[in-house]
Design a binder for this molecule. Structure first.
Ligand code: HEM
Length: 287
């Protein structure tokens, strides 16, 4: 089946637009590489760009479930598998360019992956994405039934490994990795809330918007504390000074502030839609 067709076999404008958009970053990197726009170490820059898009796409795929509920846009689920498979493709391109940078010396690449812990972590994440991509066909979804969903929960661990790989290789500039870590906290927090909040709060599958706001604040606070802890452990910087930097724009927007802004935006969207409605629980199928 063509990726832009929906379950009924009709062309879905949403799927078509997303399908085309998914090629854009790769085409941009290829163009920038061939035009010499990627600086002094173009191959290294291309590896970075593709790595960034791998993690961004993993996060976009993870954001689809909460956004469906908050924006009341249930058809968003149509593009989730496509985005996940694209994340895997970008991951493979990222690994291939790294292999190219090592002159395709397989023994050296294998040794590097085995001894450099951040590469080991990236490789395990990519293996996980491979398992998800391989089971993403309609046939596999049917064949695995409920086990498909259980298997695809692996994406939570894969996203965590991706954040750790990103943080470890970034060393000094942890601005974007910290934002990713904060968003990861929000995404996991949303799943915990929608699954474990008692029925006195989630009445008729409706999650109060105030809880989404609270989650945004909690994710932002954790991001700011995580940043302070990192600078304290790595450089002995006074944690209070790092935390108070969040109130000053002199150092630019700190990760905690960015995560707070995203949390506020999502809460406002939920507020405008008036309700965060979770889909009805599926009844267990008879054996
Ligand atoms: C799901 C899997 C992976 C994700 C999400 C991922 C993501 C990333 C990200 C976000 C960066 C940083 C980009 C930047 O700073 O601008 C990066 C860098 C890098 N990644 Fe990955 N990566 C993955 C797997 C791998 C694998 C399998 C390898 C190789 C075995 C690898 C090798 C590298 C290298 C060499 C760098 C640059 C390090 C440096 O310049 O010091 N990654 N990756």
């Amino acid at each position: 089946m063509f990726p832009w067709k929906d379950y009924a076999g009709r062309t879905s404008p949403l799927k078509l637009v997303v399908f085309i958009a998914l090629f854009a970053p790769a085409l941009w990197v290829a163009l920038a590489f061939s035009m010499g726009w990627l600086g002094a170490r173009p191959l290294n820059e291309a590896i970075h760009q593709l790595g960034l898009w791998t993690i961004r796409l993993i996060f976009i795929a993870l954001a689809i479930t909460p956004l469906r509920h908050i924006l009341q846009w249930m058809r968003l689920v149509l593009v989730r598998r496509m985005v996940g498979v694209a994340a895997f493709a970008y991951g493979i391109a990222h690994l291939s360019l790294y292999a190219g940078d090592q002159a395709f010396d397989i023994a050296k690449i294998a040794t590097e992956i085995a001894v450099r812990i951040y590469l080991t972590i990236g490789f395990v994440a990519l293996l996980g994405l491979a398992a998800l991509a391989a089971t993403s066909t309609d046939g596999m979804v049917r064949r695995l039934g409920r086990r498909w969903q259980q298997l695809h929960r692996l994406v939570y661990a894969i996203a965590l490994l991706a954040v750790v790989h990103y943080c470890m290789q970034s060393k000094l500039d942890l601005w974007e990795p910290m934002i990713m870590a904060g968003i990861y906290g929000w995404l996991m927090g949303y799943r915990l809330l929608s699954r474990f909040l008692p029925r006195t709060i989630i009445v008729r599958r409706r999650l109060p918007v105030a809880w989404i706001g609270g989650l945004g604040v909690a994710a932002a606070v954790l991001t700011a504390l995580g940043e302070a802890a990192y600078f304290w452990i790595a450089f002995g910087a006074d944690p209070m000074r790092v935390i108070t930097a969040n109130w000053s724009l002199m150092l630019g927007l700190r990760p905690g502030v960015v995560v707070l802004g995203l949390g506020v935006a999502v809460t406002a969207a939920g507020g405008l839609r008036g309700v965060v409605a979770l889909p009805p629980r599926r009844r267990p199928r008879p054996a």
